[in-house]
Design a protein around this ligand. Sequence first.
Ligand SMILES: Cc1cc2nc3c(=O)[nH]c(=O)nc-3n(C[C@H](O)[C@H](O)[C@H](O)COP(=O)(O)OP(=O)(O)OC[C@H]3O[C@@H](n4cnc5c(N)ncnc54)[C@H](O)[C@@H]3O)c2cc1C
Length: 199
Amino acid sequence: MTNSSLISSLERAVGAGNVFGGSSDLLVYEYDGSVDAAVETSKPAAVVLPQTVEQVAEVVRIARVNKLPVVPRGAGTGLSGGSVAESGGVVVALTRMAGILEVDYENRVALVEPGVINLELSDWVKPGGYFFAPDPSSQRACTIGGNVAENSGGPHCLKYGVTTNNVLGVRMVLIDGTAMSCARQCRARCNRLTPKLTR
Ligand SMILES: Cc1cc2nc3c(=O)[nH]c(=O)nc-3n(C[C@H](O)[C@H](O)[C@H](O)COP(=O)(O)OP(=O)(O)OC[C@H]3O[C@@H](n4cnc5c(N)ncnc54)[C@H](O)[C@@H]3O)c2cc1C
């Protein structure tokens, strides 16, 4: 598949405004927080910013059919190169899936999309007297999806545990494009990221 036909199929999947294929747009996705040259940089073939789980699944299917590597990306604050593109691969940036969908104060559970910025969740629930405990010092920028992937934490984690201790369930897209949910101690309708809240 040529690069222009790849871009066209990705645009059909997520809309033209949600796909980057130009050289200068791709440049910034060669990096994450690990800018000390410890990580080799490479330019992806495309960056896609899906807005629904179904779009994520379709993008992953397109990449798989074309035998292209897929790299998920949140805010790109990671320090270990995890979100740095593979050469010729497809970066799936989740920053346009940034909705806080539901907050259940009684059960101290929030239902959020993966691109929600960590501190925004705490700010959102603050009026109710709650916060989301994992507090990496990058919390003004990093996303909950990135926190889950990296099992991030900060000073609150000494008392409340790291991200894994504060997430009850996730909805994920597997590399074959199948979407599935896994949850513990969670209501059936918690079918996306469900961070636990702390008072
Ligand atoms: C100034 C600074 C301070 C920091 N302080 C801390 C700290 O105190 N504690 C700490 O733990 N870390 C810290 N970090 C590291 C980093 O911020 C965390 O690892 C953070 O969780 C990364 O989130 P992100 O959204 O930027 O993810 P990214 O950097 O975009 O991605 C990180 C990894 O997660 C994967 N990923 C991202 N989103 C998803 C998704 N939705 N689904 C599947 N995989 C996904 C990526 O592929 C990559 O492997 C710091 C970084 C900086 C730059």
